[in-house]
Design a protein around this ligand. Structure first.
Ligand code: ATP
Ligand code: MG
Length: 893
């Protein structure tokens, strides 16, 4: 086997495909450009999507790259398998409507086995093909000298992500030999492509051959694409492990220096290249994660609680925890950043350039985490111990939430630590706690509200109080049994009398006021004496720790303990809330009927003017499904179903199929609410008597509120009607503007307008191209000679950046000079473009360097390749200066 460094292996891949007439493009940022569907660049082809879908014409139809990629879905595998990382490099060659199978397979074989290139042992290589893809199999058989019996047909080898391009693929494996038999030889997984450590997948060649049309399910019916593409991906770290004879990807020059640096910090723990030890996992996780974190921060991501930032935070925290397992004291991660930068310098110089910034960010985040970690770990260990002592298999959602909320443990981290102890975590309960927390945060905006902090008075309060609001919204002759008032220092105590203008908390022996619970907001209303005189307004009601309803009352007339009063709930508000609560149950049911059983409620909010329902579901709920749900609910409303409830033992409720939404919240006797035969649920809220009271139901919004949790907002009754009317009005307004007789004709008219706009754009593009040619002729006449270099420097007028690039294309064809420096003002901003030919490059003038020198004059920055670079800036006044700077720079060379 050749002895090669990772840098040499990477370079050889690129050189090989360059020799096959491919354009070598540099690695792009990990942060996808203009692609909201992707959190991270996760493959080589991900950065070339625009070329593959035809929205941008590629500079060349054969491209090769080595691309940094992050795959968070492989995070659990890191350190456990030999071959998975979060950040890894994928080398690939791409055909955009150019060559196809007959070329790529012999090339792949040549690169892998030719003594001039990788020169791997042919006996060690295996490939898989898709069974129906005879062509690929025959090419491997006839156009390469792959040994007999080294081709496996694998049903999985078909790449299909739904509508759009799809096709078979062919994977290449390296046999690492019998020493890597982690499962018995006769295990069905022991083949190239199975779940084993012996046959290492190093390369995947994807043939984008078919068009998966909507409605088709059988891939043999997919029509062929008119322009077929190829994309391939070879995992650099895996190939390096082959060449460097490492037991795992980590036993290579890409990782060993990081591991060595970590070993110096570890307290007596060592990494073994000979066997798998528990410490090895920690060394590997740290090495992997610090690479991913360094690259991600270098590319502009920052730790936070969302999206990419959350990934960084999670990786960093995992690394810190593994550092603790190795006995590392104090902050250590930032000291590994320069090691990573050093290893990657030849191909990713940006890491070195950004080292100080990356270290600062890593250090700050590590400090933040360490502060809370100590307390958190202690709590987690207590929780785990308590669960084990009680012989439980699960950590409660509330505990998991407290860990994340107070101690900064991401849920996944708690899950992992729990899993180590053989426990799971109640993630549904976690979501509920999270939602409650959000609700508290919202409430906290007002005055002191809710029962966030329970005080001793309420805890000790033992008076009886009945809730009678299921069937009535007023009570005559309720007795005041407790009044709680706050003194100047904010300390609560029981008092004899409620004073006018004070806000106090009151308990009655019986009450019709609903206390906030299960997402349903509290009732509001009035307290009057027997003569009808107003005594106070109830603004909020909460459940006390001993179950009494605690009314927050704004007092208007003094009243005393033992006084007998009349209680009146605000009926309109109560009715609106009840409508929305019944609607919430109907929404839950309709979603389950339409989508299927595996959705779970993850929280809800029932307000007088709208309702909100959160549930588990991967990805957005389609418009079609939402429509079906809405129609189904309106159908059930029209049936005027009775809404009834009864109390029964929990066992009986289960038999009836009442859905237990949050099981553990209920005692042995439960309340079951039925909406005709449509829905039956355990519930503690108030409802309408018949579904027709809802009037009409309308969904107003569907959105994601976290991983795998969706939220639907909806309206009933008059607010729903108003929303329908608003929509109708704006459609009518649009119809008037577009001068179509009625809203129903709108789509057709809009289609026509869009087609017209498209045609105009095409005309505009073509005019602009002509204009560019004309002005190019003039501009290219003005060649200056600067210290022996010929250059065209000019400010030009173009409509957009494309116009600038068209000028550069013309310049390339006509070759009026060695250098081209153009500036243009586009929408009040400045765009610069610099191009340089070979002669200029050889004289040491690179477009990328030149633009870096002159961009500051226009208040911007930029960069690019030696032959072409672009920059943007905010200062049009600096254009002359930039052009002058360019001249001095060229003269100086
Ligand atoms: P695996 O089954 O091993 O996870 P994959 O099928 O997910 O691999 P592809 O999506 O085909 O891999 O990616 C192409 C190549 O990228 C693979 O052949 C492999 O060499 C490499 N690769 C994929 N995922 C990782 C990873 N997490 N870490 C390192 N290399 C990877
Ligand atoms: Mg994978």
């Amino acid at each position: 086997m050749k002895s090669m460094s990772s840098a040499e292996i990477r370079q050889m891949f690129l050189d090989f495909f360059e020799s096959k007439d491919h354009l070598v493009v540099p690695s792009k940022s990990l942060i996808p450009e203009d692609d909201p569907t992707l959190l991270w660049i996760n493959s080589g082809v991900a950065t070339l999507k625009k070329y593959f879908d035809g929205s941008v014409v590629p500079p060349k139809h054969r491209i090769t790259n080595a691309q940094k990629a992050i795959r968070t879905n492989d995070i659990e595998n890191v350190g456990k398998t030999a071959r998975h990382h979060t950040l890894f490099e994928m080398m690939g060659n791409f055909s955009i409507g150019d060559y196809f199978k007959a070329e790529v397979i012999p090339w792949a074989w040549e690169l892998l086995t030719s003594p001039e290139w990788y020169g791997l042992d042919k006996e060690k290589l295996y490939v898989t093909v898709y069974p129906k893809d005879r062509e690929t199999k025959e090419l491997w058989q006839n156009k390469t000298d792959l040994p007999d019996g080294h081709i496996y047909e694998v049903e999985d080898n078909f790449w299909d992500i739904g509508e759009g391009p799809s096709g078979p693929d062919s994977e290449i494996f390296y046999d690492r030999g019998e020493d890597f038999m982690d499962i018995p030889a006769d295990d069905p997984e022991m083949y190239p492509g199975g779940e084993n450590e012996r046959y290492l997948e190093i390369w995947n060649i994807v043939f984008s051959q078919f068009n998966h049309l909507p409605g088709l399910t059988d891939n043999s019916q997919y029509p062929e694409l008119p322009h077929k593409n190829i994309d391939t991906g070879m995992g650099l770290e895996r190939v390096v492990s082959v060449f460097q004879n490492g037991r795992t990807n980590f036993d290579t020059d890409l990782f060993l220096p990081i591991i060595a640096a970590t070993e110096k910090l570890a307290d007596g723990y060592h990494y073994s290249q000979k066997e798998d030890t528990e410490e090895n996992v920690s060394f590997k996780v740290i090495a992997d994660h610090i690479r991913a974190v360094s690259f991600a921060i270098s590319d502009g991501a920052l730790p936070s609680n969302e999206g990419r930032g959350y990934v960084i935070r999670r990786l960093l925290r995992r690394a810190v925890l593994h550092g603790q397992k190795l006995g590392i004291k104090g902050n250590f991660l930032s000291s590994l950043v320069p090691v990573v930068a050093e290893i990657m310098e030849s191909y990713y110089p940006e890491l070195k350039a950004n080292t100080a910034r990356i270290q600062k960010t890593v250090d700050a985040e590590e400090k933040r985490f360490n502060k809370t970690l100590k307390a958190g770990l202690a709590m987690l260990n207590d929780v785990i111990k308590a669960a084990k002592d009680a012989d439980e298999k699960q950590i409660s959602g509330a505990d998991a939430f407290k860990l994340s909320d107070t101690y900064g443990f991401p849920l996944e981290l708690t899950q992992e630590q729990a899993a180590d102890a053989g426990l799971t975590v109640d993630t549904e309960g976690y979501q509920v706690a999270l939602e409650e927390q959000r609700q508290r945060a919202r409430n906290a905006r007002g005055t002191d509200n809710g029962m966030g902090v329970q005080n001793a008075v309420l805890t000790d309060l033992k008076v009886d109080s009945d809730y009678v609001g299921w069937n009535q919204t007023d009570v005559q002759g309720a007795k005041v049994v407790a009044i709680i008032s706050e003194d100047d220092e904010g300390i609560d105590s029981l008092v004899e009398e409620a004073q006018a203008d004070d806000t106090v908390q009151v308990v009655f022996d019986k009450t019709p006021f609903y206390a906030e619970m299960g997402g349903q907001v509290a009732d509001q209303g009035e307290i009057r004496d027997e003569k009808g005189q107003l005594l106070g307004k109830v603004t909020d009601v909460q459940n006390g720790p001993n179950g009494q309803h605690i009314h927050t009352v704004l007092v208007t007339e003094n009243f005393r303990l033992e006084d007998v009063v009349d209680l009146q709930v605000d009926l309109e508000r109560h009715t609106n809330v009840s409508r929305n609560h019944t609607a919430t149950h109907m929404l839950d049911q309709a979603l389950r009927n339409v989508i299927g059983g595996d959705i779970h409620q993850a929280g809800s909010l029932v307000e007088p003017d709208y309702l909100r329902f959160d549930f588990t579901h991967e990805g957005p709920v389609s418009k079609g499904v939402l429509k079906q749900v809405e129609t189904m609910i309106n159908g059930e409303i029209a049936k005027n179903l009775p809404v009834t409830w009864e109390e029964m033992p929990i066992e009986q409720a289960k038999e009836l199929g009442a859905v237990a939404v949050f099981d553990n919240k209920y005692g042995d006797t439960v309340r079951v609410v039925s909406i005709g035969d449509f829905n039956r649920e355990l519930d503690g809220g108030t409802h309408v008597a018949r579904t027709s009271e809802l009037g009409v139901f309308k969904i107003t919004n569907e959105s994601g509120i976290g991983a795998g949790v969706r939220r639907i907002e909806a309206l009933t009754s008059l607010p729903a009607l108003a929303a329908f009317e608003d929509e109708g009005e704006s459609l009518q307004a649009a119809a008037d503007l577009l001068k179509v007789p009625k809203p129903l004709d709108l789509p057709k008219r809009v289609e026509e307008l869009l087609a017209e706009a498209k045609q105009r754009q095409a005309e505009l593009d073509s005019l602009q191209a002509q204009l560019a040619n004309l002005s190019a002729a003039k501009i290219f006449d003005q060649v200056e000679t600067l210290n022996g270099h010929t250059a065209v420097l000019a400010q030009i007028k173009v409509a957009n950046a494309n116009g600038l690039r068209q000028m550069a294309d013309t310049w390339k064809q006509e070759k009026p000079s060695d250098l081209l420096v153009l500036a243009a003002v586009i929408n009040d901003k400045v765009n610069l473009l610099v191009a340089a030919n070979k002669a200029a490059n050889e004289a040491g003038i690179k477009a990328g360097d030149l633009i870096k020198t002159i961009a500051p004059a226009i208040g911007g920055g930029g960069g690019g390749r030696p032959d072409m670079a672009q920059a943007g800036g905010k200062n049009p006044a600096g254009i002359d200066q930039a052009l002058e700077d360019a001249k001095s720079y060229i003269k100086g060379k």
